[in-house]
Ligand binder design. Sequence first.
Ligand code: AHR
Length: 526
Amino acid sequence: MNRQRFANWTLGYLMLAASHTALADKITVTPMTDEQAPVIARHIYGQFSEHLGRGIYDGVWVGEDSNIANTRGIRNDVVAALKAIQVPVIRWPGGCFADEYHWRDGIGPRQQRPVRKNNWWGGTPEDNAFGTHEFFDFVEQIGADAYISVNVASSTPTQMREWIEYMTSTGQDTLANERRSNGREQPFGVPFIGIGNESWGCGGNMTPEYYSNLYRRWAAFFHKNGSNFHQQNDNKALRVASGANNLDTNWTKVVMEQAGHGMDAISLHFYTLWTGDWPKRNEAAATEFNQDHWFEILYQASRMEEVLQAHEKVMDKIDPDKRIGLYVDEWGTWYNTEPGTNPGHLYQQNTLRDALVAAISLNIFHQHADRVRMANIAQTVNVLQAMLLTEGAAMAKTPSYYVFKMHLPFHDAKLLPLRYTSPQLTAPSGKFAAISLSAALPKEGGVVISLANSELTQQHELSVNLGDLQLTNVSGEILTADSLDAHNLPGKPETVSPSHFTGATLDNGNLTVNLPAKSVVVLRVR
Ligand code: AHR
C-alpha cells in the first residue's frame, strides 16, 4: 500500500469536507480490495504493566494468602478478563521504574527480598513480591508474550546479560541452575526485550547520540541468537531500542542512523493529553468534563496519525525495507488523578470518551501496520487508561476494555484499505475527522469493520460497497451511552458495555450503516 498517496488523498478530501460539513451526512466508503496490504499484528493490542501505584500490587498481585481469589498470588478475575481479550503481549516492569530496577531484587524466597523505595511513583515501598517468576506466571496464565524492559540508565550490560541468561539459558550454568532452584526448570519464553525506556527523560536524560553509543554497547552483550557469532544462543528476543516522545523525530533519526543495525524495533511514546501539552496534563479530569474537553481529547488522540507519519518518514529513509518495527509501547489518555488518590499513582477513571480514544488509536495503528508491529496501552490495571479497575475484591471492566474485546477479529487479520471522506469536527486546538474507520480480512473469512463517531448528537449514514467479496450477512456490536462520561465502577452494575447493533443492513453487497453519535461499532460481514 502506498500510504503517502493515501494520506494525501484522505487529507484532500478532509479539507474538501471541511468546507461542506452541512452536506456531509452520507459517507461513501470504498474498500480497496486490489491494493497490497499488511497483516495487522495482534501485538498492536498489547498492554503495559508497570510497578506503579496499584497497577501490579492490588491490580494483579494480591499474594497467595489473600481473601481475593487467586492462583499463586495472581488475581483470578483479572486473569480471566485479560484472557477474554486475548492480550498478546505485556510490557514489564516499566516505564520509569525499569531504569531503577535490579532483577535480583525480585527472585528467591519472597520474605528475603529487599524493600526498595519506588522513587518515580510516590515513594511507595516496593517489597518485590512480584518479580521475574511471578511476572512469567502472570503472562503464562493469560497466554500473552513477555516484553521485558531492561535497566540501562542505572545499570550495566552485565546486569542485563545475567538477567537474560537467568531467564533463557538451557545450559548447566550457574544462572540457569539458580532459576531451577527457584522453581523453574524450563527457560522462560522472552520474545521481546526493550533496552532502556524514555532514555531522553526518566531513563537517563540522555542525548540521542549518547544513548546510541550506550545502545551499541548493550547490544554487544545481548547475545541474540543468530547475530554475529551467536548462532546457537538461547536468547531469541527481538531487541527494542528506547524511542522518541511525540514528534521528536530527531531522536528516531539519530538512533536509527547510529545504532539501527543492532535493533529489531524502536519504540515511540505518545500520550493523549489536554491541549497536547505535558505540563497541562493535570488540567483535565477523567469524568465530569464539558464538550470542549470531549472534542479536545479526541482531537489529541487523532494526532497519533501525524506523529506516526513523521517518524515513519524518517524511518523509511534509513530503513526502506521496513526491517525495523515501530513499537508504540506507551500510549493512551493521561488526566488528572482521581480526587483522594495518591497523585503519584496515576489512578484515573475511564469513560465512553476513552473508548473513542481507543478506537481512533487502534484504527490508526491498523493503517500503519506495515511499520507499527506492536503497541502497548498504558496501563493494564488501575493506572492511566486501564482495561480494568479494582477495589478490594471487586473489579470493573472499563469502556476501553470493551473496545479491545470488540476488536478481537482484527488480531492478525489482513488490512483492507478504505477510501472515504469524513466530516470534520472542531476542537479547541484543531480540526479532526468525525468518523474513524478501518477494515480487515480475518483469517476465518469475511470482513471486519471498525467505526467510531466522535459527534455529540449527529448520526452518520455510511455506504460501503462490498460487492466484490460475495458476502451475505452482517452482524455487530455497539458501545455507547447517554452521558459522555459514562463509566463502570468496581462492584456496581455496568453503565457501559457492548450491545447488539441493529443499524447495519446488507443488500446485494451494499452495506449501509447508520452510525450513532458518540459510539464505537464493530461489524462482522460474512
Ligand atoms: O506510564 C507512566 C510513565 O509514563 C512511564 O513510566 C514512563 O515511561 C512514561 O513517562
